[in-house]
Write a protein that binds this ligand. Sequence first.
Ligand code: NAP
Length: 320
Amino acid sequence: MKQRIYITRKISNEIVEWLKQFVDVKMWMEEETPVPRAILQKEIREVDGLYCLLTEQVDRELINQANNLKVISNMAVGYNNIDIEYAAKKGIAVTNTPGVLTETTADLTFSLLMATARRLGEAEQFLREGKWTTWSPMLLTGQDIYGTTLGIIGLGRIGEAVARRAKGFGMKIIYYNRNRKPNVERELNLTYYPFEELLKTADYICILTPFTDETKNLIDEREFKLMKPNTILINTSRGGIVNEEALYKALSKNQIWGAGLDVFDEEPISADHPLLSLKNVVVTPHIGSASIQTRMRMAKLAAENLISVLQKKQCSFIVN
Ligand code: NAP
């Protein structure tokens, strides 16, 4: 008898057909709505593999419902939605999909940086609302990118890819990371700065660490006070790394110049959230890796990871 898996969202037929060669597949058939918790609790009981997204909280309680589970395959590089230590204790492997989304997420990070600097959201709205009456010297003026300093916090795969883009734009690049990376420093001409010095120096700050106990509220009231009034903060990592209340205060008091955000404390962020009332914020709905090609690559890699673990083959993407 084939092993069984549950997929928590409707994914492409091509991937499902590929999986069906190896396992019995059951899938939540909605594309836009996450599987309700109660259904997931029931479905997880007998399956050998779970294929899930970051919309599922795979916590201790859910893991305890599973009787046969051997692998949790997350279709994301971040895995803060899964209790990986508890899964390991239960002998369940957790896998992720790094690498395949690096360049696409770096593209979005840089897009947000440029859109915030040049006020693209505001400019488009201004035009669409029929407010454009004449060319005028200081209309919708933003910040320069060329010749400014980018500070990257978290110089991993995506951080490095953002640095490569910034180099092409003639930026000076400084970074802070848990461990120094001398090879990357040499290759991309980066300068390591201690955390607080980076906050005081950078014109643009990109957050690209994972969301962990250590990085929760890494950027809070104290950190905003250290930044310059022209600083633009870009967060494409995870919401909880930046304290949203402190961010709102810093932006509304013009303590910093602007923010570009792809990720939020609570997702989806509610339309009446105070942050969304501010003009100096550019927002996107967690679409960092959302290119057609990359989403297909992620879906395929998550499927391959799941099958490798079930077939007891080598898998390079086990995180626990
Ligand atoms: P990665 O290669 O693991 O890079 C993370 C970097 O953060 C590493 O260099 C790591 O340092 C550093 N780091 C970890 N904890 C730190 C701390 N406490 N202080 C300073 N630096 C720390 O991961 P990645 O592939 O670049 O992805 C980064 C994150 O982006 C993911 O975790 C995910 O949350 C987010 N992401 C978001 C989207 C989106 O759709 N918006 C898409 C993809 C990824 P070490 O070298 O010491 O380990």
